[in-house]
Ligand binder design. Sequence first.
Ligand code: ADP
Ligand code: G6P
Length: 737
Amino acid sequence: MSKTIIISNRLPLQIAIENNQLEVTPSVGGLATGLKSFHKDGDSVWIGWSGLTKEEIPEGLLDEVQKKAKKENCVAVNLTQQEIDGFYYGFSNRTIWPLFHYFMEYTESDSNYWESYKKVNQKYADVVLEHYKEGDVIWVHDYQLLLVPKMIREKAPEALIGFFNHIPFPSYEVFRTLPWRDEVLEGVLGADLIGFHTYDYERHFLSSVSRILRHQTDFNEITLPDRIVKVDSFPMGIDYEKFEQAALDHYESTAADQSELQKRLNHHLESTPDAKLILSIDRLDYTKGIAHRIRAFEYFLDNNPEFIEKVRLVMLAVPSRSNVPQYRRLKREIDELVGRINGKFSTVSWTPIWYFYRSMPFENLIDLYTTCGIALLTPIRDGMNLVAKEYIATRTDHTGVLILSEMAGAAHEMNEALIINPNNFDQVAQALKTAFEMPKEEQIERNKMLQKRLRRYSVEKWAQDFMKSLKAMKENRDSFKSIRVSSQISDDIITEFKKAKKRILFIDYDGTLVGFTDKPENAKPDEDLKELIRELNKSEDTDVILISGRDKNTLGTWWKDVPVELISEHGVWMRQIDGDWELAENVKSEWMEVVRPVIENFVDRTPGTFIEEKNYSLAWHYRKADPELGEMRANELSNVLKELISNRGLSVLEGNKVLEVKSSDVNKGKASTKKLMGTNYDFIFAIGDDWTDEYMFQELPDTSYTVKVGIKKTSAKYYVEGTKKVRDLLEKFRDNL
Ligand code: ADP
Ligand code: G6P
């Protein structure tokens, strides 16, 4: 039976060694806590790191670690101290983490870290491949494993792979500064489906892919030579029922069952009639805005002294990544800040901040969530922030006020919270005041709406939605209309080719025989290609026709010394072998005077674009333009042109990053079928990558072998992935002449 393979840096369980015994505790952090329930309920295996380095595990306990992991359907990846230093503390948390959270000043570019990151990603991919069976679904998680999708795809090309990024994806302007940006994007693009928490992160990713790798993106789909990759946003939810139930159990527990922490919290609340507790929970991370929060609290007390002895900030900071210098520095900063502010405001019976620097058991977390009337979460950047959602889920009487930073992904779905800019102390202080004074009815109204949404879009629903979309990618792949030219199919085509008495091959040029270049004039045929076409044409029984949208001068010059028939400008001109160019269609060109200034206006307004003038057509190229601006202007220009040319017998062709205006009477379909008139070809073959080649695919006889280059919607019967595959196929023709 097929299964789901989950891969993340950390397993949901942390293994530690106490007195030569293995101790298992749950991992913290949004990814592990969120996905745990999906894993628990389904048929899945989870691959990740146990939290112990190879050096830390005594020889005799190595098997034990795997056994403990296996009990939870997990597989532990063994990492050495050196690997953890380079991959985890290095590239993951000194390069990607700060960069993706817009802390450019903390971002290090160390090639040793990068090398280690690649090596460890390969290690994860290898473990996945050991467990992978055909039909399994693979789901890779987070920024530590950005290269894994591609590494799996290289060995298992047909695998169905999803990738989810749990942290923000930065804007192109920030991402582009990464020295290894191409490799990172290519790594992620090994997946079929790429998920983000918010539409903004999705947009940023798509923009980086189209600007850096220059892949074609249509809405949320990226067209690669051999596959389509979908990008979408899926805001991660929580295990709502678990938190709700824990809160209900908490309320039902008797005084005797209460934890020490709960007793202390109660003590504060009972100390004065309108005492309040403000809660803050995070890993101790500079992205969480903990120092900002404390300063804003100080500002609040300075400006609202009436709250002294009434409010207390209960701050839980969970130790995290303490080998990274910024985290150590942050720890010192927070210690000092808490000390200073407690020193400044404390009275005999009251300290304003209770600060815990440790992990806490789940029950204590619930104590905090249920007892604190206000939650103050002020990250400077946060992919999602599950704590915000957990707080709301535990408020079973619907009271409580959540103050949440607009920089957290969760803010997009939690509009009913008090949304603040964490850098604006005045606003944070004002929100605290509003929270204190908010009538119960309003709290209930806001929280009911929040709870309804959180209950519906739980972590289970989130995972189901992602999986559903991922499986749809597979169906999409399977239902792809044209058939990939596999080695079996190419053998079949060759058999027919050999049998035939008279053959004709229509071959498009750009995007088919040669790849695209920034400037059209740089796409000259190489000597091998010329030789191949020459050899194909040697046989009396085989006619080769290069059929292109190019102008006749360029095509004629490039193929001057090769005896091959040429059709240029989509069929306007024709050159027989060794002959001169002849006008094949009687077309007009007066219209150009009207159309040219319109296109020129678009060239002026769209940097990187230019006009190509052919004898009977005008083409506007936008391959070098900013991809988003280019697409937008292409749409605009296409509409303007269509209006301008209506009733003039002209049409606008939308090619690959080019718009072309030409006579409606001319197209490759008409030109190629004209070549067949009065002939007796028993093998007709046409290959091309572009929209303009579709005319050939549609108009040639049904018995023809029509082949599209690249995976796009097409009327062709077959497809090949790219120009390299085109040459392979043509070489096979040559070898079987
Ligand atoms: P991040 O993923 O950046 O750490 P999130 O707020 O998304 O931030 O996720 C934090 C997760 O860790 C939450 O699910 C929360 O319940 C859990 N957590 C936070 N503090 C503790 C703690 N002291 N003990 C156990 N789990 C904790
Ligand atoms: C965030 C990341 C997770 C990570 C977690 C805890 O939630 O998105 O991938 O596991 O923080 O960080 P740590 O470095 O301790 O695994």
